[in-house]
Design a protein around this ligand. Sequence first.
Ligand code: NAP
Length: 288
Amino acid sequence: MKVRATRVLPGPAWAELGEIEIEPAGAAGPDVEVLIVVNEPIDLDLFPALRLIANYSVGYDRIDVAACAARGVAVSNTPGVLDAATADLALALMLAARRRLVTGDRFIRAGRWNVGWAEHTLEGREVTGATLGIIGLGRIGAAVAQRARGFDMTIVTVRRSDGDLDALMRAADIVSVHVPLSEETRGLITRERLALLRDGATFVNTARGAIVDEDALVDELVSGRITAGLDVFAHEPQVPTALLGLDNVVLTPHIGSATAETRSAMTRVVVDNVLAFARGAPLPNRVV
Ligand code: NAP
């Protein structure tokens, strides 16, 4: 069975695959049967023998699963093992944005210790007791809710089957996005919905950038009306330049699952799916 990956994955499970080819996603592979990717788009015409795409992330929004299904190519992902790490990052972004953590760090490095107190420039917004709107109450959304209860937050939720998104946007002090990117959720958070946020509210996105109208989010942030913590962007690795000079937004480069423990656990899941496929067993994490 010819297995190829677009990169070497971390952790001890990787060695169980033996020596495998590493090539960029765009390189043709006429005899490749299993392709391990990190949510890269794949041109199926380059892989006529392909039977499985094993994706090293829970989100598979850049993989054309309908085309894969039509061609008889299975797709697997890595759900569950990254919930805690991603939920932790969402909480970290809420805390950082509302308590002005990064600005405070910059003050110290600039030798400005006392300025915050004297001018109240580092005054933030409370996290404990805030109303948290969770958009998407799946695995990661539920892990965020569990943590938020420790901060005595009032939790309002929306999922596909339940909830009123406009009411959530109006009610929340903090909004945290946890839906997958799909044709249904692309642009779900429109300019009009962002305008419903209260003054001083905090918008946190650790899901996918294209779920929100990014231009509208930038406008809200430039106006200074809201704060934000953003791990994901509509056109990664590009980040809107207007955000780079703002201190009401905390920016991280898509690091939701980036802990040694979680990245290693994700590799275990990828390897388990590839080995199950090789044995002809059902895939533990089949998407299509
Ligand atoms: P999940 O368990 O499948 O949960 C998704 C939730 O979204 C469900 O509650 C679902 O509603 C809801 N939903 C789906 N479509 C919706 C719609 N149109 N309107 C409202 N709600 C909708 O997914 P997960 O494992 O928590 O992962 C969520 C996403 O997080 C992933 O797809 C990925 O994009 C992102 N992620 C990012 C990072 C990072 O590094 N930043 C790391 C991991 C994951 P129902 O409950 O009604 O079905």
